[in-house]
Write a protein that binds this ligand. Structure first.
Ligand code: FPP
Ligand code: MG
Length: 298
């Protein structure tokens, strides 16, 4: 099934009739295809489900091409990123090609699906803008963080679950809630992995988020528990090129305040809420998506 999505995505790009686009597309790292898996698990093996999964994955790939330019990332999923290899202009334009093709194919799907996915893409763009703005100052507001991760990550996953349920004539409200909580938990785990994973696994330096000014949930939880002196020390490290001792100090405080454990606990709580919303739907595989997502290394 997932192979069919992979093949259709490539077919869509091939249908543009531009060999350069296809050549570049083939160099884009593939990823976990979480969104496609989710759609296929909810909607089953229909042609429309495969089409929706392909469209969403093309749009998602486009958003990451742009994100890597914005974040000045050298790698994506452990391999050299398109922007690093071919320059920002190529990465941006390839992103434009992939998302406009995705949108063109989206218009072949039911109107209600097209509306949901396109409005989610607006949200994710607003979320990305918020993410960039939040990194300008040391953000300690948890509500603002949750709003940003909802928009940046959960909105598209919510729309995938909603749209797949719509195609399969299932309860769209229940699945949308499942998708929203899964998406929030997914981003929290991503933010935790930036602290706990080794740089080899992540393909980027560890504590990278903090270096970029991003105070993700573990930092927000840690900050809450620090005394005034330590709060000031942490503030003084904001966006600094951390040396070994400073990085070590941050790690120690994260351990002392149990900020990672509390973040994982919160992600698990969201995972359970996600499962609760579809408990009567009898789809054990959706449970596996949640557990795989929470106990992952990258
Ligand atoms: C990854 O965040 C980024 C996103 C999930 C969304 C990016 C969205 C845009 C750039 C808007 C443009 C949209 C289109 C369709 C072109 P991250 O930096 O926290 O995650 P990472 O560690 O995987 O880079
Ligand atoms: Mg990024």
């Amino acid at each position: 099934m997932l192979e069919q999505v992979e093949a259709l995505m490539r077919e869509y790009v091939e249908s543009i009739g531009d060999s350069k686009s296809l050549e570049l597309y083939d160099k884009v790292p593939k990823g976990k295809r979480l969104r496609a898996k989710l759609i296929l698990k909810i909607a089953g093996e229909s042609i429309e489900a495969i089409e929706l999964a392909s469209v969403v994955e093309l749009i998602h790939a486009a958003s990451l091409l742009h994100d890597d330019v914005i974040d000045e990332a050298d790698t994506r999923r452990g391999v050299v990123s398109i922007n690093h290899k071919f320059g920002n202009m190529t990465a941006i334009m390839l992103g434009d090609i992939l998302y406009s093709k995705g949108f063109a194919k989206l218009t072949d799907l039911p109107n209600c699906v097209a509306k949901s996915v396109s409005s989610a893409v607006t949200k994710l763009s607003v979320g990305e803008l918020l993410d960039v703005e939040l990194a300008e100052n040391f953000n300690i507001n948890q509500e603002v963080y949750f709003d940003m991760i909802y928009k940046k990550t959960a909105s598209l996953i919510e729309s995938c679950a909603y749209s797949a349920a719509y195609l399969a004539k299932k309860d769209t409200t229940k699945y949308a809630l499942y998708g929203r909580n899964l998406g929030l938990a997914f981003q929290i785990i991503d933010d935790v992995l930036d602290i706990t994973s080794s740089s080899e696994i992540l393909g980027k330096p560890s504590l990278n988020d903090f270096r970029e000014g991003k105070t993700t949930l573990p930092y927000l939880y840690m900050y809450e528990k620090l005394n005034e002196d330590d709060k000031n020390i942490l503030l003084s490290y904001f966006k600094k090129d951390l040396n070994k001792n400073e990085a070590q100090w941050i790690r120690e405080k994260i351990t002392d305040t149990e900020a990672v454990e509390d973040s994982i606990k919160y992600a698990k709580k969201l995972g359970l809420e996600a499962l609760d919303s579809i408990k009567d739907e009898n789809l054990p595989e959706l449970e596996k998506i949640i557990t795989d997502m929470i106990v992952r290394e990258f």
